[in-house]
Design a protein around this ligand. Structure first.
Ligand SMILES: [Zn+2]
Length: 429
């Protein structure tokens, strides 16, 4: 406990800043389902406003099979990389391999799936195969931009969002599942669809398992609090009715620090197990929207009508005192000379940590994955790891077996679930 002795000196306390500046209300603007030809114009407006966004991209657009205007998709990705926006992982082909009516599980064309008009139905069927589409997406990024991993804003290996699904895997106690995210028979907006969160659809359960598999690979998954969407996805030209900027700013205000995501229609946006009041959700609103709503084309006059709306929304939100950030900063980055309280969260090297002891941070006390008296790992992964504060009753996975924690403890090397030394710490299930 050497570090505790040092902490008692409190040398830097007088000049330390607090962990979060009170009053900052942050909007995380996210664009799903790109990159496509519509993307560069979005980036220009964001850049003009000095706002960084998070883009959840699907690599099938590079291969020209996403059924969008996408022959400029690689250039759009390069522009997003060069302009410092965050690139995150939305799977290779948006789970189209599960599209209803397909017999070939590896068939992969957006046009084929769009022809069935059965989106959100049976979106998840085989958790291992479905989760592998996020690996396939990484392969696609690297195929088209071989040095993509050298961009610090490329987060394809650490930030993910599930297609169709408002699911969250942020920290061990900030998890949430979209229990009505995907259905087994009818579209979520079909009046015949009845979602019972107590008895989730098979497809929803498979999607939850995909979330857990991705968390076990080290992904942080963010859903959304607000969907900047058309009035109705079922209409012929959805881009024509995107919410007005002033109304959207009011919706941000209503969603800020609300107990649960407020976008309830259709029901697939509902996150039924949202951890109300979790500190990682305070003063933050994640907005989901889609690149394809900002182009003139099959969904209406999206560029003509909605690019000005985006520009105006950014200006109005800034005037209302909101700041914008990207989802890699959802847990604030660890910094030196900050007065942290026990229970504060930080991120460092794509890992989320929780402070165990109040202290003022100094360079040698940065959080580390393999042991620290001050910080424990707090990723949502179920895989056993060292330096995690496990609580009795939690389940962990180690060497393909599941164990239940029997005594609260912080894990360390030598106390693996199958080690003789930890026989009182775990029950094998
Ligand atoms: Zn999507």
């Amino acid at each position: 406990m050497m570090k505790l002795t040092h902490l008692a000196c409190g040398i830097a306390l007088a000049v330390a800043t607090t962990a979060a500046s009170a009053g900052d209300k942050i909007i995380y603007l996210t664009f799903d389902d790109g990159p496509m030809n519509a993307t560069p114009a979005l980036i220009d407006i964001l850049d003009e406003a000095g706002v960084k966004a998070t883009f959840y991209f699907n690599g099938w657009h590079f291969d020209g099979i996403g059924d969008e205007n996408e022959d400029q998709a690689v250039a759009a990705l390069q522009k997003a990389l060069d302009s410092g926006h965050i690139i995150a992982n939305h799977s290779y082909s948006h789970m189209v391999h599960n599209c209803v009516g397909k017999t070939d599980v590896d068939a992969n064309s957006g046009a084929e799936c769009n022809a069935t008009a059965m989106h959100n139905v049976r979106s998840y069927q085989n958790p291992a195969l479905d989760a592998s589409k996020f690996d396939k997406n990484l392969g696609s990024f690297r195929q088209y931009i071989p040095n993509i991993d050298s961009y610090p804003n490329f987060k394809g290996t650490s930030l993910a969002r599930l297609p169709y699904t408002n699911g969250w895997r942020v920290s061990r106690d900030f998890k949430s599942d979209g229990l009505c995210a995907t259905t087994d028979e009818f579209q979520p907006w079909d009046p015949r669809n009845q979602c019972d969160p107590a008895n989730p659809f098979h497809s929803s359960l498979m999607g939850i398992e995909v979330s857990s598999l991705l968390a076990d690979k080290g992904y942080v998954i963010h859903g959304w609090d607000l969907d900047w969407a058309p009035e109705n996805w079922g209409i012929q030209f959805p881009a024509e009715s995107l919410t007005e900027p002033d109304v959207l700013v009011a919706k941000v205000g209503a969603a800020m620090n609300s107990c649960a995501p407020k976008t309830l229609k259709p029901d697939n946006s509902t996150s039924h197990t949202f951890p109300c009041g979790h500190p990682l959700h305070n003063d933050k609103v994640v907005i989901l929207t889609h690149d394809f709503l900002f182009e003139d084309g099959k969904r209406g006059q999206g560029a003509t009508k909605n690019l000005p709306k985006l520009r105006e929304f950014l200006a109005l939100a800034k005037a209302a005192g909101y700041t914008f950030d990207t989802l890699d900063n959802y847990a604030p980055a660890w910094q030196e000379n900050v007065s942290y309280q026990a229970g504060d969260y930080v991120s460092q090297g794509n890992v989320i940590y929780k402070a165990v002891i109040a202290h003022t941070s100094q360079a040698p006390w940065a959080p580390v994955k393999d042991g620290s008296n001050l910080w424990v790992v707090d990723m949502a992964s179920r895989l056993w790891a060292s330096n995690v504060a496990y609580k009795a009753g939690e389940e962990v996975v180690y060497k393909n077996a599941t164990y239940r924690v029997t005594i609260d403890h912080t894990s360390q090397t030598g106390w693996e679930p199958d080690a003789a030394a930890s026989v009182t710490l775990f029950d094998k299930l």
